[in-house]
Each structure stands twice: as C-alpha cells, then as structure tokens.
Ligand binder design. Structure first.
Ligand code: LLP
Length: 420
C-alpha cells in the first residue's frame, strides 16, 4: 500500500495542514468511521452464543471514544478506579463494566463493591481480601459475587513485555491453586460467577488464543454454574500496513472458534455468556499522530529528521521497539513513497532512545514537513507523559461527516505548574 492516509481517506477531505494550523502539533487525530468499523467487528466475534465484547479501555480512555464504544454496544473492562470513573462519566452503567485489576488496595475493592461493579480477583490473596471486604461491609450473600482470573499457563504477544499469560508472569491464579479458590469462596460465602484470562497483546496468529480458549473451557468444567467466561483480548493489527501486512484474520478466527464453543456448551449443560476484552483492535488504526519536522541533519553519514513527536508523545517505539508506519506530508499532501532514503525519525526529548523510526526508508524529509505516525490510537495518548516538562498533546476527532472536533484540549505549562 503506498499510502494508508490516502487509501482510507483518513482526513475525510480535510487538509492536514489546516488541521494542525488550527490545533497545533503534536496532535492525535482520530477517525470516527474507522473506530466504529473496528468496534463493530469485535462485537461480532461470536454470534451463535450470548456474547459481549468488553473494550479494554486501558488502550484509550478518551471519554469521547468511550461514548462511541457505548453507542457501538460494547461493554468495557477497567483496570483501575480512574478507568471506572471515566466510564461512569461516559454513561456506562455499572453492569456494562468489568473490573479486572491486579494488586489493588482494599479501598479500590471497596469502591468497586459499593458501586456494584463486577470484579475479577487475580490472586488468592486478592480473593481473600475481597471476601474480607464483603464481610466488613456486611454484604448480603446474594451480593457476594465476583470472578477470578486464571493464568492460562501460556502466553502470546508482540513483545515479551506484553505477554500476560504463562508460568513466569504476575497475572492470574495458577490452575493447581483452583481448589483454594473454592476454599476461600466457601469461607466468605462468595459466588464465583465468572472466570477470565488474557494471554497477551498484539498477536496476529489466532492459534495461541484458540488454544487458550480451549484450555480455559476445560478449566471451566471445574466451576459450577458460571454466568460468564471471558477469553481476554490481544487481537493484533497490521502495524506494517505500508508493506502490505494483512489484517488480523477475524473471519477465519471466528470460524475456528465456533466448534470449540459448541464442544464446551454440549459438555457444560448450560450456556454462559462468553466475553472477550479487545483494546488495541478497537482503536489503534483509527488514529494518527501529526508532528512537525523542526530540523534535519546528518551525523556521521546518518540522516536524522527531528520532530515534536518524542517518546513523551508516543512511548511504544522506545519502550517495546514497536514499529509504527510513517507517512510524510508536505504542503498538505502525502509525499509518494517512490524514492526512499534511510532516515532516523526522532523526537525532541533528551534521551538517545527517543527514536520513532530507526534507519527507516522514507521520502527524504525537510524542515516544515509533517510526519504522520500511523496506528497510534491504542496505548498512544494513554501512555504518554510530561517528560522534559512537555505538556501532553491535544486530540481531535474527525467525525463521520468530516467535521474536526477537539476531544481533548492541549495541556499547558500552567496545567503542569498547578500541581506544585
Ligand atoms: N485484558 C487484559 C486483562 C489486559 O491486560 C489487556 C492488555 C487487554 C485486555 C487488552 O489487550 P489488547 O486487546 O489491547 O491487546 N502497552 C502495550 C500493550 C499492553 C497491554 C496490556 N494489557 C502496547 O503498547 O503494545
């Protein structure tokens, strides 16, 4: 693909130069049409049985994006009280939120219990604490309901740092500890309504996920009367789309998932609600970052283009060596990728690891160009920082009708000073 921006009509007819002259750089730019399309796709992963897709909001917690998820019929999973609060503010009712924390305090559990948000406990010690909180709050037995997170014993993901299942990771309860789940549940009169897992993030081959589904369904047979089973998220997106990388094979995945569910339903005797927890798939591709090239130079034969998209704006490349495709925009138009020169696209942060793209064949950049970083909607703004005292970027949404709307104003230095 020569240009994703042109092919997808990402800016919906708006001139990107006009957008940044109105809102500045660095700027997160979202496309509502693409976001809705991806959210719709995940809502259809299982159609034969009761199913909900829980959008995993850690990928992107912008309230306007959450409102789109609400309209698309998605439920959500939250990792913290902050995420629960923003979901409430976006209009999600408590029964459309699943709290999947790890290592949380008593206060956080009490918050979830008091607000009636279904909570998954990720260790025996947290299950014990949850039971204790229920007793302290003198909760009736009917209200003492929760889920437990099982460590699937296997994991998958785009980088070792995002693999969450497997024997060495901190997440979930090991299969051999299941008898103790029942003991703690008995002690505190808890009902285990659901089990959940998450193997990792950003895989393109569905097989490890399908294996993990098979595995958790085998484990589920040990639990009576489960109301739901949550298979986790992790579906990848093609970060190398300019090199024609294919989409996550959603249709093939769905076809292979169905017989696994058929087999379980026949054995279990009842049909629980099935859930998944996709984050990245919902939001990654519906966003680009526009940054200005402020300087170019050659250091010992290496070409550098220096932008205002530092690791404070997008940390994924420096944190995980993640690849984000880059397009170059000059005078409002995408520069065709006909003649490419190896360049390093870097930010303005005082770290040598502040690199967005290393020795990347790109159209030769000039000062004043815009660098357009693709697939930035997941774990982009939600992981950004104010390192080097740089206020955080603004976010705009291009609506279905092509209007550009600010969905988060740019942070200011005054905002940063306010905390002192
Ligand atoms: N459920 C649980 C329990 C999770 O821990 C995660 C992600 C998800 C669902 C959603 O996974 P997704 O569908 O987005 O892959 N910051 C990293 C990704 C870390 C993912 C953490 N957990 C990145 O930028 O690639």
């Amino acid at each position: 693909m020569n240009s994703f921006i042109s092919q997808s009509n990402f800016f919906e007819g708006n001139n990107p130069e006009k957008i940044v002259s109105d809102y500045g750089t660095p700027l997160y730019v979202y496309n509502e049409r693409i976001l809705r399309n991806r959210m719709h796709n995940v809502s259809q992963v299982i159609t034969k049985y009761p199913y909900t897709a829980n959008y995993s909001v850690k990928a992107n917690t912008n309230i306007h994006i959450l409102k789109i998820a609400l309209e698309e019929g998605l439920n959500c999973d939250a990792m913290s009280i902050g995420e629960i609060q923003v979901l409430f503010k976006a209009g999600f009712p408590k029964d459309r939120i699943f709290f999947v924390p790890n290592n949380v305090s008593e206060e956080e559990l009490i918050f979830a219990i008091k607000h009636g948000v279904m909570t998954s406990l990720d260790s025996l010690s947290q299950l014990e604490l949850f039971g204790q909180c229920c007793c302290d709050l003198e909760l009736s037995v009917e209200k003492r309901t929760c889920a437990v997170r099982i460590n699937p014993g296997v994991g998958a993901g785009h980088n070792e740092k995002v693999v969450t299942g497997g024997k060495k990771t901190k997440f979930g309860i090991a299969e051999e500890d299941i008898p103790q789940i029942f003991e703690i549940a008995e002690k505190y009169k808890l009902t285990i309504a659901g089990i959940n897992q998450h193997i990792g993030s950003g895989f393109m081959d569905p097989q490890p996920y399908l294996d993990a589904v098979t595995n958790i369904l085998r484990i589920a047979l040990q639990f009576k009367n489960l109301k739901f089973i949550d298979f986790g998220g992790g579906y990848g997106i093609p970060y190398h789309k300019l090199d024609d990388e294919k989409d996550y094979p959603m249709d093939d995945f769905k076809k292979r998932l169905e017989p696994i569910l058929d087999d379980f339903v026949a054995k279990y005797g009842s049909t629980p609600l099935f859930k998944s927890e996709p984050g990245r798939y919902c939001v990654a591709e519906g966003c680009v970052i526009l940054g200005r090239v402020h300087a170019t130079k050659q250091n010992n034969g290496h070409l550098f283009a220096g932008t205002d998209v530092g690791m404070n704006v997008l940390v994924r490349p420096s944190m995980y060596d993640s690849w984000h495709d880059v397009e170059v925009i000059r005078d409002g138009k995408v520069v065709p990728r006909d003649e490419l020169t190896d360049q390093n696209l870097v930010g303005n942060i005082c770290e040598s690891g502040d690199i967005l793209a290393k020795s990347r064949p790109l159209p030769k950049m000039e000062r004043g160009d815009l660098a357009c970083i693709l697939d930035a909607g997941a774990y982009g703004w939600s992981m950004c920082s104010t390192y080097n005292s740089r206020p955080r970027a603004a976010e705009v949404l291009i609506t279905k009708t092509g209007k550009v709307k600010v969905i988060r104003r740019r942070e200011t230095i005054k905002d940063l000073m306010r905390l002192f």
